[in-house]
Design a binder for this molecule. Structure first.
Ligand code: SF4
Length: 299
């Protein structure tokens, strides 16, 4: 017998589907719930509601404390025909450095989302090697990044530098960017509309750089690059085939990329016990890229 959805849940699902459709995703797969997972037919218990309400407000912590769930099939963003058909200025040049410059010019003194009027000092576009094999993507600039105009330059940036070094690379060899390019006030998590508005520029950066591996740092980056929502425990520990939104999957110039999800360095600063897990993710990337195995993890 079909279950009757709560109107609020139905509305939330409709909004979510519309969001995915706007990203160009139309095919969905139903994941079988695990036996201890509440479904529409098995309402949440008082204990689970109490647990949910007691979870901390920081999204990454909240996600980490969610119960581990069975592995899910990756649903990777498919091409959005409107994005694909719209010519981009950078497509006229073959040099990735020049192409990134054109994207930056296209971004201009951006006022496309409300973050432009919420205290940003400057747009933080991205930094690094325009031909990088490895790209790191975070969620958005913090206070230090806002001042210096470069992603990952504060304490979290220092840890990211150590992670890169532990992989046997230098910061200049990789490319680093964020989902949103303006600092959210008070370092809050960027909101859906802000991510939706800004992430096409990130996808254009990825399409130009053509990295072999994209490392999504934290849940916000992961959920914006991949097309599904899941706790970090489910997102981590595997490779995803990745094509940035706006790139035709049959585009001969796109050789494909792998995407890996790991913890955001800011989260690792709050919970250093997870550094070992992040190191496992990075070692997976190192094996794929054929990098040597250094002796110790990043401190
Ligand atoms: S976050 Fe992105 S879309 Fe929003 S104003 Fe800044 S550059 Fe523009």
């Amino acid at each position: 017998m079909p279950s009757i959805l709560d109107p609020d849940l139905r509305r939330a699902l409709a909004n979510r589907l519309r969001y995915y459709n706007e990203l160009g995703i139309y095919d969905f797969y139903r994941r079988q719930p695990s036996i201890d997972e509440p479904t529409a037919d098995t309402p949440k218990t008082a204990e689970s509601s109490e647990l949910a309400s007691s979870l901390p407000s920081q999204p990454e912590l909240r996600e980490e404390m969610a119960a581990r769930k069975p592995a899910i099939v990756a649903a990777v963003a498919e091409e959005n025909i409107f994005d694909v058909l719209t010519p981009k200025p950078e497509q006229a040049v073959s040099d990735p450095k020049a192409a990134l410059k054109l994207i930056r010019e296209d971004l201009g003194d951006c006022t496309r989302c409300k973050l432009h009027k919420q205290g940003r000092k400057q747009i933080v576009f991205g930094v690094g090697n325009p031909r990088a094999e490895l790209m790191f993507v975070g969620e958005g600039p913090g206070a230090d990044e806002d001042v210096q105009g470069e992603p990952f330059v504060g304490r979290a940036g220092q840890l990211l530098n150590n992670m890169i070094k532990a992989m046997g690379l230098r910061r200049e060899q990789v490319y680093i960017a964020n989902v949103v390019k303006c600092r959210p006030p008070g370092n809050r998590t960027p909101e859906r509309d802000e991510c939706d508005t800004c992430s096409p520029f990130l996808n254009r950066q990825i399409a130009v750089i053509k990295p072999k591996v994209v490392v999504a740092l934290g849940a916000v980056a992961a959920k914006n690059l991949l097309a599904f929502n899941a706790p970090m425990a489910e997102l981590r520990g595997r490779f995803y085939d990745f094509t940035p939104a706006g790139v035709r999957s049959s585009d001969p110039s796109w050789q494909g990329a792998r995407l890996v999800v790991t913890y955001h360095p800011a989260f690792l600063l709050r919970d250093p016990r997870q550094k070992g897990e992040a190191w496992k993710d990075l070692q997976m990337v190192m094996r794929y890229l054929g990098l040597g195995q250094p002796k110790t993890a990043a401190e």
